[in-house]
Ligand binder design. Structure first.
Ligand SMILES: NC(=O)c1ccc[n+]([C@@H]2O[C@H](COP(=O)([O-])OP(=O)(O)OC[C@H]3O[C@@H](n4cnc5c(N)ncnc54)[C@H](OP(=O)(O)O)[C@@H]3O)[C@@H](O)[C@H]2O)c1
Length: 261
């Protein structure tokens, strides 16, 4: 039975991905800080699907956490067939007024942990000649993001990094998919403090796609070998249009879209 390690499995898209992998017969390794939520999910998934679920609680903003997690996986005799780098957060507001510890943590989580975990788990996949990596980026990756400057930049990194390792490993039996959701129902909006953004007021939150929809889409994209997977038609059109429009226009448009109401 294949095993999927999922970061940020305690809520939102990560939790929904854990459910999809378990439903499809994968054992799961659940990672996040909230051990109580992960233990509850472990009980739910093993009961519902008869799979083995393992919980490793980590704060992935700690530089030593990816190595510690990798060591735990080895010590427990587990093999990671699918690595899902999903844990991440954003922060809304002017960059020059941002809380540095929150911005630094975002860089460490969204970029460094994703990169380090990929570096740790990929070699064994390459050696086995099979493996899958699902990195969660965002439609934010496709343009600069005034009012969420660091978040958009971290997601642009995840997109670029994922595409590059997809190209490097495609003839080694490895499948890398980068999932790019648009705004999605989850705790992300509150964690990022972004209810004031014009972008959200225009589209009522309950009309946004659910984390379950996005997770199923990401799972299907990974299984079909798609490298860049943008969720939803409107998001696909938006990310395509950013390739055609002048960057000055894009900056202006995104600034208006992201302004506080
Ligand atoms: N929702 C959206 O609109 C949207 C759109 C595009 C992309 N995304 C991306 O989707 C991914 C998942 O976000 P979500 O929407 O599901 O948000 P969410 O509901 O807030 O979930 C975030 C997950 O990340 C974990 N996490 C946060 N900080 C962590 C840390 N320091 N160490 C370990 N785990 C940590 C959280 O668990 P703990 O708090 O228990 O640690 C939680 O499980 C993120 O990468 C986000 O950028 C979201």
């Amino acid at each position: 039975m294949a095993t999927a390690l999922i970061t940020g499995a305690s809520s939102g898209i990560g939790l929904a991905l854990a459910k999809v992998f378990a439903k499809n017969g994968h054992d799961v390794i659940l990672v996040a800080r909230s051990e109580d939520k992960l233990q509850a999910l472990k009980a739910e998934l093993s009961k519902a699907h008869g799979i083995q679920a393992t919980v490793f609680s980590h704060d992935l903003t700690e530089r030593s956490a990816p190595q510690a997690l990798f060591d735990q996986v080895q010590q427990n005799g587990l093999t990671v067939d699918v690595l899902v780098n999903n844990a991440g957060y954003g922060d809304y507001g002017e960059f020059a007024e941002g809380d540095w510890s929150k911005l630094e943590g975002m860089i460490l989580l969204n970029m460094l942990a994703t990169t380090h975990l990929s570096r740790l788990f990929l070699p064994a996949m390459i050696q086995r000649g099979s493996g899958q990596v699902l990195n969660v980026s965002s439609t934010a990756a496709f343009q600069p993001g005034p009012m969420m400057a660091v978040y958009f930049a971290t997601k642009a990194y995840v997109l670029s990094f994922s595409e590059a390792i997809a190209a490097e490993t495609s003839d080694q039996g490895i499948n890398v998919t980068v999932l790019c959701p648009g705004p999605t129902q989850s705790d992300f909006i509150d964690t990022a403090n972004m209810r004031q953004a014009a972008l959200l007021n225009k589209s009522a939150e309950d009309k946004l796609p659910t984390a379950d929809d996005v997770a199923q889409f990401g799972y299907d994209a990974l299984q079909s070998g798609q490298v860049v997977a943008v969720h939803g038609l409107a998001n696909k059109l938006m990310t395509f249009s950013t390739r055609l429009a002048p960057r000055s226009l894009i900056r202006k448009g995104v600034k208006q879209f992201m302004a506080s109401e």
